[in-house]
Design a binder for this molecule. Structure first.
Ligand code: SAH
Ligand code: SF4
Length: 370
């Protein structure tokens, strides 16, 4: 298969038209056979696309990991319920609001509330928290990343003011999904949740781990096809990093290379997407975030959680909570972003095509209230 590396447009066209076989060949080519010069060209094309829609801006999101309890048992994750060694904590409503206040004063205008699937946080509790944050900081976006819930639950959270939702699909291949998750969880439900979130009006983020156990170029091709169909507003990908107290602790690919390639390919395929340079990428590679931004990412999510709990939210081993990962290191992060000629941006950083949809929603609300 010939990949024309002469211009970004032809690669974009190829990625958008290709079927599963071609996509897996393209991904395999870049991961296994490409030269350093080709990978550099790929990241430059990706940056061109990012710059076309978002300029050189890098958006900041303040991450609040508010509970490490989880009812699920995903095989890869340190927070899975059968990991009896995991330290469990949950923040109170007041502590969550305090994190937002701290973040607001530091300039953050998006708060990402993430947790395990903690049944303590009922719709009523969560809606109260979301509503309070929006009341205090109406010009900020609230993103939730709290797993699978019912349509009604998502709707209530949206109506309480939540703007965005992150739910990685993890893999779009059914068999692969079953190898990573226990019986009782299903790809079908995950996908249903994502379409529900979209229908309700959330800006939706999905994504997957790179080099996860049993992943192949074919399953990655299916991930790409799924992303093309869903057209999410955000796509979170980062390397799989084993956790010592899970059964998947033997699978280790200590390299950021594949994540960087996939970040560029995704940026070229879906150029308007908001694409974070993730903590996992920074954990596996000292300059991971910087390289991620150079590869086409445009979001970073420093941690705003209380310092005393940061070492207890361990999805995987050696998770970073300093440098790029810590909101307290903001000046250092800003310097690093500027050193690669990008521009730190503290606005809400919504998806580029969103205005219209938001307006429609407001008009509908207005009409209904008449
Ligand atoms: N409970 C929520 C949010 C927290 S987990 C949910 O599952 O959606 C957030 C993400 O962490 C998961 O989607 C998964 O892709 C990632 N993750 C979990 N374990 C990981 C590991 N060992 N290595 C890398 N990423 C991991
Ligand atoms: Fe729980 Fe999310 Fe970890 Fe799965 S990935 S065990 S849902 S925290």
């Amino acid at each position: 298969m010939m990949i024309n590396m002469n211009d970004a447009g032809s690669i974009s066209e190829l990625l958008n038209k290709a079927g599963k076989k071609e996509l897996s060949d393209i991904i395999r080519y870049f991961c296994e056979k490409s030269t350093a010069a080709e990978r550099l060209a790929l990241s430059q094309f990706a940056s061109e696309f990012r710059n076309k829609y978002y300029g050189t801006r890098v958006f900041f999101r303040g991450l609040i990991e508010f509970s490490s309890y989880c009812r699920n048992d995903c095989f890869y994750c340190g927070l899975r319920r059968s990991n009896l060694k995991a330290k469990r904590y949950r923040l109170s409503d007041t502590e969550i609001i305090e994190c937002c206040t701290k973040g607001y004063n530091m300039g953050f205008r998006t708060f990402v509330l993430q947790s395990g699937e903690d049944t303590y946080f009922t719709d009523t509790r969560l809606c109260k928290i979301v509503f309070r944050i929006k009341e205090l900081y109406p010009n900020c976006a609230v993103t939730l990343s709290i797993g699978e819930r019912s349509y009604n639950s998502y709707k209530k959270l949206f109506d309480a003011g939540a703007d965005r939702y992150l739910l990685r699909h993890e893999t779009a291949n059914e068999e692969h999904y079953m190898k990573l998750h226990p019986k009782g969880m299903s790809l079908g439900n995950r996908i249903r949740c994502l379409y529900n979130l979209k229908e309700i009006g959330f800006q939706v983020g999905t994504g997957f781990m790179v080099d996860s156990p049993y992943q192949t170029y074919e399953t990655l091709a299916e991930d790409f096809i799924f992303l093309r169909e869903l057209e999410p507003h955000m796509i979170g990908i980062g390397p799989f990093i084993p956790h010592k107290d899970t059964s998947l602790n033997d699978f280790y690919h200590p390299s950021s290379t594949n994540t960087l390639i996939l970040l560029s390919l995704i940026r070229i395929m879906l150029p308007k997407t908001l694409l974070p340079a993730t903590t996992a990428l920074g954990t596996i590679d000292n300059s991971g975030q910087k390289k991620g931004l150079i590869a086409g990412a445009n979001v970073i999510m420093p941690n705003l959680s209380p310092l005393k709990h940061r070492s207890d939210y361990l999805l995987y081993d050696n998770k970073l909570f300093t440098g790029w990962e810590a909101a307290e290191c903001k000046p250092e992060i800003i310097r690093n972003i500027e050193s690669i000629k990008l521009t730190p941006d503290f606005s809400r950083g919504d998806y580029v095509g969103l205005k219209e949809k938001n307006d429609c929603r407001l008009i509908l609300k207005h009409l209904k209230s008449k």
